[in-house]
Design a protein. Structure first.
Length: 300
């Protein structure tokens, strides 16, 4: 069964300079749930000095707890360090995402430390989270899985090494491989697959494609052929990473849902509702919808 991890409220907004209010964010998340999405990364407990847009994570989780008191969908958040965990746990967060990269230059820019140091911090965070939330879920991101905006092409062995440590040593539940600057093509997905599956079962791996150069859906198709079932995407194709210039354009959830449904793979997502879910956020940003399947669904 294919799973979609919606990252729009976090990855989609983290880059935006214009502040979006907490109620608009909560309404965005509620509209995504209403469209049928079941796993949503709603915010980050990172330093508000680094990502001011997501400084209201505590308030947002509080609002969502009121809106979804019983059996909420899976809401998750990024947690970079113990300080973030201290804010996340009282907010009732049961799913965290820790994050590093395959390239030292990238982690230096993104989290102010090298890859190995970040893995040490992650190990401490995951350990503390497991103790506090024994039934919790941990996702580990490996950014720059194919290429780094600073260091260029990343050796597959480097990506596989970091993913292997997250899997074997730290014991995360899922690893998301990020094509942070949207350069990969299907042949490269197949090559990276050969490296990572030497150590990690396929069912533990998710793919986080960016559509910067229009190759994301082709990469999803290749990953599906290879037997993967978990894909990240962002409603309206919002977002990118603040520390990866030019990384705009996560794979749009509308394009992913259209592609999967049309290929006979049920997603449980109502494309017409999904296409409307991000409209208030786009309006607040002063932007028009631009994702192709979103535009097509809005025109129907
Ligand atoms: P630092 O500046 O080295 O850390 O940042 P620090 O410990 O010196 O702290 C600086 C200040 O921030 C201090 O405050 C701390 O208390 C505070 P001051 O003493 O100056 O008043 N602070 C915090 N406050 C609240 N919550 C916290 C926290 N931590 C420190 N958790 C740090 C290191 C990791 C904190 C910082 O670099 C950071 O937050 N980075 C996050 C950057 C980010 O969110 N990037 C985007 C996510 S990754 C991504 O998008 C890629 C992905 O989508 C996949 C892909 O596409 O590849 C996942
Ligand atoms: Mg991303």
């Amino acid at each position: 069964m294919v799973r979609i991890v919606e990252v729009g409220p976090r990855d989609g907004l983290q880059n935006e300079a214009l502040p979006i209010t907490t109620p608009v964010k909560a309404a965005f998340v509620a509209a995504l749930v209403g469209a049928g999405l079941k796993e949503i990364e709603v915010s980050s407990f990172v330093s508000p000095k680094w990502v001011p847009q997501l400084g209201d994570a505590v308030e947002l989780f509080e609002m969502l707890r009121v809106q979804f008191p019983v059996e909420p969908p899976y809401f998750s958040a990024l947690v970079p360090n113990e300080k973030g965990l201290e804010r996340a746990i009282p907010s009732g967060v049961k799913r965290i995402a820790v994050f590093t990269a395959a390239s030292d230059q990238f982690t230096q820019k993104n989290i102010n430390m090298g890859v190995d140091e970040s893995l040490d911090v992650i190990a401490t965070v995951v350990d503390a989270f497991r103790k506090a939330v024994p039934d919790g879920f941990v996702r580990g991101y490996v950014s720059t899985a194919f290429e780094c905006p600073c260091a260029g092409k990343v050796p597959y062995a480097d990506t596989a090494r970091v993913a292997g440590i997250l899997h074997k040593k730290i014991g995360v539940d899922e690893i998301s491989l990020g094509d942070t600057i949207g350069v990969a093509v299907p042949a490269e997905v197949a090559e990276l697959h050969d490296y990572v599956t030497a150590d990690i079962p396929k069912k533990k791996i998710a793919w986080h494609f960016h559509d910067t150069r229009g190759t994301a859906i082709a990469n999803v198709a290749k990953a599906l052929d290879l037997g993967y079932e978990v894909f990240d995407s962002s409603a309206a194709g919002l977002g990118g990473c603040p520390y990866a210039p030019g990384a705009g354009g996560n794979l749009a959830t509308e394009d992913l849902v259209y592609f999967l449904e049309r290929s006979g793979i049920a997603t449980g997502v109502d494309l017409a509702k999904l296409a409307r879910a991000s409209l208030p956020v786009l309006e607040a940003l002063g932007r028009r919808p631009a994702a192709r399947s979103q535009l097509a669904a809005l025109a129907e």
